[in-house]
Design a protein around this ligand. Structure first.
Ligand SMILES: [Zn+2]
Length: 242
């Protein structure tokens, strides 16, 4: 086997992870081992390995009766994810500026070009994943693998949060905001870079957790109850006035 070729277990893990991050597999979707094994063309042992990694990363819930599901973070968990992400991203900015070399600028601009190309030619889901990967790339440049590992987990979990509470496929990031951040990093202007990163993360959080998104429930009974109540209420008010 070519050494650069991912192992079968890595392929299964990445296929599932990308499907979750790109919101093709939505929160709550059941992930039966036999179906996964058949479609990912791997043994159930390797499926379990891949699921165990995704469970550890908070993207999959182990599930009762042993069927795993795509994770459904609560609003409280979502706030915790964003808070932790902001801490790490600030540290990444600080470290990248401290350890800056011109090759870092080239690496980030290369990624930015990929994002711009994708915005023109690729579906929104893939663009959103690429935007998240910008932040992971930045963490890699900071040179601390522990931070990279935790941050990539948090960025992935933000995709789930967007899937639940945001508009479907609403982008995690504005490309222009990434561009402005790279410029501040190039100038090694820590104050400006931190301000840009804070504003960038706040706008992602605002899009992901805006209160007026999606109905509270999507079961037929709940929806009918709400609509029946909203139609009945004006009729009652009209009778009182009359
Ligand atoms: Zn971003």
């Amino acid at each position: 086997m070519n050494q650069d070729e991912p192992s079968k277990s890595e392929v299964a893990y990445l296929a599932l992870k990308h499907a979750v991050i790109e919101q093709a597999l939505t929160p709550g979707t059941k992930l039966p081992e036999d179906t996964l094994a058949a479609h990912l063309n791997v043994s159930r042992t390797l499926v379990r390995e891949a699921l165990a990694r995704l469970i550890a990363e908070g993207l999959v819930d182990a599930g009762r009766r042993r069927t795993a599901t795509v994770a459904q973070p609560s609003r409280a968990e979502a706030h915790n994810v964003f808070e932790a992400r902001a801490c790490l991203e600030r540290e990444v900015v600080r470290l990248v500026i401290e350890r800056w070399t011109p090759s870092m600028g080239a690496a980030l601009e290369g990624h930015l070009r990929d994002e711009e190309d994708a915005a023109r030619t690729q579906p929104p889901a893939l663009c959103a994943r690429l935007a998240g990967e910008f932040h992971i790339r930045l963490a890699q440049l900071a040179g601390n693998p522990v931070i990279t590992r935790y941050l990539s987990e948090l960025v992935s979990r933000c995709s789930l949060i967007l899937a639940i509470y945001g508009n479907t496929h609403s982008p995690q990031c504005g490309i222009d905001e990434h561009k402005a951040l790279i410029e501040a990093l190039r100038r090694r202007d820590a104050k400006a870079a931190l301000r840009l990163m804070d504003a960038h993360l706040a706008s992602i959080q605002q899009r992901a957790l805006a209160p007026e998104k999606k109905p509270v429930d999507d079961n037929l009974g709940g929806i009918l109850d709400r609509y029946a109540a909203s139609v009945a209420a004006p009729a009652r008010r009209a009778r009182k006035v009359g």
